[in-house]
Ligand binder design. Structure first.
Ligand code: SF4
Length: 479
């Protein structure tokens, strides 16, 4: 699961050079970075086939809505968006996680609520979506575009249309998940783990660095499980054998990033013993000393009820060992407060863990039942006020820890990747250090440089001296 990213009915790289008579497709992408990469694949294929994208529903020949079905709020947002697209356009194809969900009384949920949609697919279904597009808005013929090679396989496309700014990109290394956490329905929507061939992943990474990407965000449902499904088989990249394994992947990504001075950031890593092997790569600067580890809870009984992967690991000891090898490591995590049956004392164990583990960046959801999740059958559902009150208490502690850790940075000089810099940064701008992933962490607010000759450019790195903290953010002077 992940942060929701919403994009309007347009793309970052809308092709403008195509003939205006080309059919136009409206596109809305809801959901997490994994859904975003599915959107990028579909948009890349649309462009390769000569379709244009439309900035409005009304001006499109057809609208595609990529949905999220993770929590009930996301389901509602997706269903509302489909309703809007139907009202304004009438021709709508639905894809994504919600598309794979069954309705209450059987049948398909989306079809039950919006029977007039033209087609519904699950996530990760570029070809099915394209087939539906072809049925309703025939593929344009263009003697030049017909020569453009088709997307290589259904995973590919990251070096095609990107929905992120030019300087960072998500790289999906696998699809699906072998775990069965009791609060999660992702495996029922996306299936078991399927790792992408390592040669393809590395090829995409190189293409992204070559196209100007300065920060590569590795995503999946479980990055630490990369290669498990193919028994870590040996693949090939540039004619060299490489194992389909997280450590080998990260080492090679670090090598590919080095000539560009680019960052490699890892998301959704579980605290398994083999993750320890990554720490030397972080200490050597090959991948960022940043790990996004979704702990979800700290009490062993709650973790068992959640059926969490790595629930038997001694996480405090593991974190201490990581910090011993790489003291600058930043750990981000998400947690759930008020899980069914959570006692006050189990919750306090969670707060103690947060303080002791010194989690740099912690997010927390109040537990909310997800239709179809097995946790719904657990006894001891807590009242909404208790769940919400625990979330608020959690966030107060998380803020204390985060502020204390941020304050230690005041006076230090850090490398910052510039995200915004109007007027070449003469009035300042903003960016992120290695400690901040886009969208989910804090930012570094950049003050106007003191030297008139110093400029800031989006997508460039700058060095900046941290002068203050501001909530979850830092304030810095470019030097
Ligand atoms: S690890 Fe658990 S929460 Fe994450 S996708 Fe798999 S089942 Fe869902």
């Amino acid at each position: 699961m992940g942060q929701s990213v919403k994009i309007g009915p347009m793309t970052a790289d809308t092709p403008t050079a195509l003939a205006s008579s080309s059919p136009k497709i409206g596109f809305i992408s809801l959901g997490c970075p994994k859904a975003l990469t599915d959107s990028e694949l579909i948009l890349t294929q649309l462009r390769a086939e000569g379709y244009e994208t439309s900035k409005t529903f009304a001006g499109a020949d057809l609208v595609i809505v990529n949905t999220c079905g993770f929590i009930d709020d996301a389901v509602k947002e997706s269903l509302d968006t489909i309703g809007e697209a139907l009202a304004e356009n009438g021709k709508v194809i639905v894809t994504g996680c919600l598309g794979a969900k069954a309705g209450d009384g059987g049948g398909n949920l989306v079809k039950n609520v919006h029977p007039s949609v033209l087609a519904v697919t699950g996530p990760h279904a570029t070809q099915e979506v394209m087939d539906a597009v072809h049925r309703h808005v025939p593929k344009p013929h263009d003697p030049f575009l017909d020569l453009v090679p088709a997307v290589r396989d259904e995973f590919r496309g990251v070096a095609g249309i990107k929905l992120t700014p030019r300087h960072y990109a998500y790289l999906k290394i696998s699809e699906g998940c072998n775990h069965r956490c009791s609060f999660c329905i992702i495996p029922s929507m996306r299936g078991d783990l399927v790792s992408r061939p390592i040669g393809d992943v590395l090829g995409d990474a190189r293409a992204l660095f070559e196209s100007g990407v300065k920060e590569l965000l590795v995503i999946s449902q479980d990055t630490s499980a990369y290669g498990v499904d193919v028994k870590y088989r040996t693949g090939f990249f540039d004619g060299q054998p490489v194992k389909t394994r997280m450590l080998d992947l990260c080492a090679r990504l670090g090598e590919l990033a080095a000539p560009y001075g680019a960052w490699v950031r890892l998301h959704y890593v579980y605290p398994y013993p083999h993750v320890d092997e990554l720490l030397p790569l972080m200490a050597e600067g090959k991948v960022l000393p940043y790990l996004d580890v979704p702990f979800q809870h700290a009490h062993p009984d709650v973790l068992k009820r959640m059926k969490r992967p790595a629930s038997g690991e001694r996480n405090l000891e593991r974190l201490a060992a990581w910090r011993a090898v790489c003291p600058e490591i930043v750990v981000r995590s998400t947690f759930i407060a008020g899980f069914p049956g959570e006692t006050e004392s189990e919750f306090e164990t969670l707060l103690d863990f947060l303080r002791e583990a010194e989690i740099d960046r912690a997010g927390c959801f109040a537990y909310s039942p997800v239709q179809g999740a097995s946790a719904n059958d657990l006894p001891g559902m807590l009242p909404a006020e208790v769940r919400e009150e625990r979330r608020a208490r959690f966030m107060a502690v998380a803020e204390e820890v985060s502020t204390r850790k941020l304050q230690r940075r005041v006076g230090a000089t850090m490398q910052v990747l510039v995200d915004h810099a109007p007027a070449l940064g003469r009035k300042g701008g903003s960016g992120r250090s290695y400690a901040d992933a886009p969208e989910i962490d804090g930012t570094v607010r950049l003050l106007p440089p003191e030297k008139a000759s110093k400029t800031l450019k989006v997508g460039d790195f700058t060095r900046a001296r941290i002068v203050a903290t501001d909530g979850h953010d830092l304030v810095a002077l470019p030097v």
